[in-house]
Design a binder for this molecule. Structure first.
Ligand SMILES: [Zn+2]
Ligand SMILES: [Zn+2]
Length: 204
């Protein structure tokens, strides 16, 4: 996995050079309180970051949150986002992966509620120890069932949606983690070939 650091600066809006900073700023300029975050414009390769296909009729909104600390009492939060060209096939396998995770999580909550409802009548007269054991049993049993479901469904529903050149399955092939105060904006690429295309396009 390759990555690149994108330099940024946060300046007070009342600075003399505000107009110049605005022109350089990420579009649209990101403002928070009395400050403005500025960053070079980023060009994205016209190919999918996952399978490298040049069919990029869709896009993924890559989000990155920059936290900025002016002083101990003042913090600003700049939400950045970029439209990254992506192919529809790859968006589909990423979305299917997260749909399975959400579906299985909902199934776990439903199983817990059903298990609790069915057992409560029988456990009314049971000892405290038996009640605790039953609660743990229902929790662990339903959790194990859902983990198994997750493991079984992903190869059936996600893998056939991928292309032979895909580098990711459940995650997007470009990512930009949140930036803590004083931290750096870092973009990560799952595909080295895509990263090289990005570096060439942006002169880094
Ligand atoms: Zn793709
Ligand atoms: Zn893919």
């Amino acid at each position: 996995m390759k990555s690149v650091e994108i330099a940024y600066e946060v300046r007070p809006r009342q600075s003399d050079s505000e107009q110049a900073w605005r022109e350089m700023a990420l579009y649209p300029a990101k403002e928070a309180g009395s400050h403005l975050l500025v960053m070079r414009n980023i060009n994205w390769p016209s190919q999918c970051p996952c399978c490298l296909s040049e069919e990029t009729s869709s896009y993924h909104t890559l989000k990155c949150e920059v936290n900025w600390k002016v002083d101990d009492n003042t913090r600003y939060f700049f939400p950045l986002e970029w439209r990254v060209p992506y192919c529809s096939t790859c968006l589909d396998h990423v979305k299917m992966h997260s749909s399975i995770t959400i579906g299985v999580s909902i199934a776990w909550v439903v199983l817990l509620a059903l298990g609790g409802a069915f057992s409560s009548e029988y456990l009314k007269t049971a000892s405290v120890y038996l009640q605790i054991a039953a609660i743990f049993g229902i929790g662990i049993g339903s959790g194990a069932l859902c983990l198994w479901l997750n493991k079984v469904l992903k190869p059936i529903l996600v893998v056939p949606r991928k292309t032979p050149t895909c580098v990711a399955d459940g995650n997007y092939a470009v990512s930009a983690p949140s930036v803590p105060p004083g931290g750096k904006v870092q973009i990560y690429f799952e595909s080295d070939a895509y990263a090289d295309a990005f570096f060439a396009l942006n002169g880094v």
